[in-house]
Design a binder for this molecule. Structure first.
Ligand code: PLP
Length: 391
């Protein structure tokens, strides 16, 4: 029996069944993990014309097709490439759409390694780089130049969670002839359907929620119809294809991403609302909170919030933040996020030029995992107590 999933099926139904048809591979529920470089051709004429579905391992396999199709169904995109890390998913589209002499508008609150790539390699390749305020909105029109080719967005902001007015930015950027890219890792396609908002290129660190278990590195880039060919061409020129086991693990992660995100969201809402009332907390930066300055934009554009936010502790100096972190027992101290387990990390804004606060004290970034909320609260109380003693 072939699967018949209705067009209007709910998101968890589509996540459970998207990407592959079991009947294409003997009825096994999951697609095969195809390890491949060489693909054979049946005769010389086909070898010469390359006219068959698969031609070489770097250009796609049934495994990458399954994940690509599942993501395109979720995003509403024309095509998706898979690359070995989230950072590579930022790098490939920037290289695809920028040349020497072009002007790039980059949001000042961007993920730090994106900034590092921009300031080093893109500048060396002759791209003119200008940072803009994440809250600029329609004001971006005033920064557009005849040679502005790309407007890069990331919303909410890395570590400080400003929400960008994407519809206003897209309108102004498109009027000026620029391509708009979005690093949508925080919201995932489930909570922000970027292509519906006019974004041309959507970037995800699939390392985070899609993989979901802190054991895989992968990036995905999805494009609308107008940008797909150029993106795919650059991907093939660079040869930066991802390994089949990692691609498979991310497809596996997608099956449960909807239910995991619901739990991350529910726990994070409860914990952030509670944290706002705790002694020693100056501010909680989470767009789903009514107190967040960009809450109205978040509510207008997003259909949910994930499990990552920052908290500003009262007091100054990193000693307060260190005392807080050192008192935590369940929260691990480390980078990345989107896995099943709670994490905490220090935030530094020293490389920014515009979106620098102040926030009333040192910032700590928290990822709320799938543990029981009461246990996480108890752990955070220990941190707050230790921080107060040092503040
Ligand atoms: C983690 C992250 C990336 C990079 O992903 P890696 O797989 O760790 O390279 C890119 N963008 C954002 C917003 C991220 O949080």
């Amino acid at each position: 029996m072939a699967k018949r999933i209705p067009e209007n099926a709910g998101v968890n139904t589509r996540l459970a069944h998207g990407g592959n048809d079991p009947l294409d591979y003997f009825g096994f529920v999951n697609p095969p993990v195809v390890h491949a470089s060489t693909v054979l051709f049946p005769d010389a004429a086909t070898l010469a014309s390359r006219k068959q579905k698969y031609t070489y391992g770097t250009r796609g396999t049934p495994t990458t097709d399954a994940l690509g199709k599942a993501i395109d169904e979720m995003e509403g995109s024309a095509g998706t490439i898979m690359v070995p890390s989230g950072l590579m998913a930022v790098v490939v589209p920037l290289l695809a759409f920028l040349s020497a002499g072009d002007h790039l508008l980059m949001v000042d609150s961007v993920y730090y390694p994106t900034r590092h790539f921009t300031d080093t390699m893109l500048k060396r390749l002759g791209v003119e780089v200008e940072y803009y305020d994440p809250r600029i909105g329609a004001g971006i029109a005033g920064l557009m130049r005849p040679n502005t080719k790309v407007v890069f967005t990331e919303s909410p902001a890395s570590n400080t969670f400003e929400v960008q007015d994407i519809p206003a930015i897209v309108t102004a950027a498109h009027e000026g002839g620029a391509v708009v890219m979005l690093d949508n890792t925080w919201a995932t396609a489930l909570y922000f359907r970027a292509i519906d908002f006019g974004i041309d290129i959507v970037i995800h660190a699939a390392t985070k929620y899609p993989a979901g278990h802190s054991d895989v590195l992968l990036g995905t880039v999805s494009a609308n119809a107008a940008c797909w060919e150029r993106l795919f061409e650059t991907f093939n020129t660079l040869g930066c294809s991802a390994g089949p086991d990692d691609v498979y693990q991310v497809l596996r992660g997608l099956r449960t991403m909807g239910v995991r995100l619901e739990r991350h969201q529910q726990s994070t809402l409860e914990i952030t609302r509670w944290l706002e009332k705790q002694e020693g907390v100056a501010q909680v930066l989470y767009p789903a909170l009514e107190s967040h300055p960009d809450h109205a934009i978040w509510k207008r554009d997003f259909s949910g919030a994930s499990g990552l936010f920052s908290v500003a502790l009262e007091g100054d100096g990193q000693e307060t933040a260190h005392a807080f972190l050192d008192a935590l027992g369940i929260f691990g101290l480390g980078h990345s996020w989107g896995g099943y387990e709670s994490l905490a990390a220090l935030v530094s804004l020293k490389d920014r030029t515009i979106a620098k606060g102040p926030y009333g004290g040192p910032l700590v970034r928290l990822q709320i995992g799938l543990e029981d909320v009461e246990d996480l609260k108890d752990d955070l109380l220990k941190g707050l107590e230790a921080a107060r003693r040092r503040a």
